[in-house]
Design a binder for this molecule. Structure first.
Ligand SMILES: [Zn+2]
Length: 338
């Protein structure tokens, strides 16, 4: 009998990735260094505080600062390079039997150098790789809370106008503690009215109140992370009733000090209580994650068998920002005879 927690089984499992950031500067750096291995690295990483001394959102910020210390020149942000890193991310997913991927982007530099429209067009060019490899693809545009509702509104207006660039959703991310969901009601409503899917990073660095607000004030169909919903049984019930899926990114939660160990991750309780859960890789280059690896960690730590692993993919297929017919086909594609 096959051991469902073994890597070869999980690697071959048809999968859905809903929460992965393009992480433009990191992927661009890797691309440039591959093309020019002798490129001198001039940086000031030593001036960045040690991320391990911080937890939560502060640690994430410092991890990113440290990685970005060797700042890339603006000329690295070309359409060809953005298309190349998008295609590379899709090819990595395809090698892990991913059947549908939604890639999110919110990089301030890329948006300022190429413009929102230019960036989304470049990603759409790279997404041609998905058609070639036989998986479906969508772009999610991330707006950052601490940059304020006016910037969110401008970016979302451009995202709505870019329906020809495979934009399927809008994501709200950033400092959830100091910039609550209610500030973004108007821009997010604009995205929702235009038919885009709404996902909100919440219940990650702050408590369950942010998840309630994301669902009821912003109409979020999915929650990025949402792990602190575990503190509120009424909220968990509501997530079940409304079918709001949590985009769980296990290594990210452990690395940022939000969960002490994989075995202590609340995902096991969510699954037992019927909360819709999906597993995702978040920031593969920054965190060294893969979707296969994330599923393997969770399967081992929480003793998930083949049926649970397939069910995670079915939940993700149902939560995908795709038209209903395509969601149905995706669901059939990820159901395996076990
Ligand atoms: Zn994220």
């Amino acid at each position: 009998m096959v051991d469902a927690t073994e890597l070869p089984y999980i690697a071959a499992l048809p999968k859905v990735e809903l929460h992965v950031h393009l992480e433009t500067s990191l992927r661009l750096r890797r691309l440039l260094q591959r093309c020019d291995p002798d490129r001198p690295l001039i940086g000031q990483a030593h001036l960045v505080s040690d991320p391990s001394r911080f937890a939560g959102y502060d640690r994430l910020r410092r991890l990113r600062y440290a990685e970005r210390a060797n700042r890339l020149p603006d000329f690295a942000y070309t359409r060809a390079n953005i298309a190349a890193i998008t295609a590379e991310l899709i090819a990595e997913a395809s090698r892990q039997a991913v059947r549908h991927i939604e890639v999110r982007v919110g990089g301030q530099r890329a948006f300022s150098v190429l413009g929102v429209r230019g960036m989304l067009e470049a990603m759409a060019d790279g997404a041609g790789e998905a058609r070639r490899l036989g998986l479906s693809y969508g772009t999610i545009v991330t707006v950052i809370r601490e940059r304020g509702p006016e910037e969110a509104d401008r970016i979302i207006a451009d995202a709505v106008a870019a329906s020809d660039c495979a934009v399927v959703g809008v994501d709200l991310a950033g400092d959830e503690e100091n910039y609550p969901a209610g500030l973004f009601s108007a821009p997010i409503a604009r995205a929702r009215d235009a038919g885009l899917g709404i996902t909100v990073h919440a219940g990650e660095f702050a408590g369950p109140a942010g998840v309630w607000a994301a669902v009821y004030q912003l109409g979020a169909a999915r929650i990025g992370h949402g792990i602190r919903a575990i503190e509120d049984p009424a909220l968990m019930e509501r997530l079940c009733e409304r079918g709001v899926a949590l985009e769980i990114c296990p290594t990210s939660n452990v690395r940022l000090g939000l969960v002490p160990a994989m075995s202590a991750h609340p995902v096991g309780t969510f699954l037992k209580q019927g909360v819709p859960v999906t597993i995702n890789s978040d920031d593969p280059v920054l965190l060294g994650t893969t979707l296969t690896g994330e599923l393997a960690c969770i399967a081992q730590a929480h003793r998930l068998g083949a049926e649970s692993l397939v069910n995670l993919q079915v939940t993700a297929a149902r939560a995908a920002f795709l038209p209903a017919g395509e969601r149905g086909s995706l669901e059939r594609a990820v159901r395996l005879k076990t």
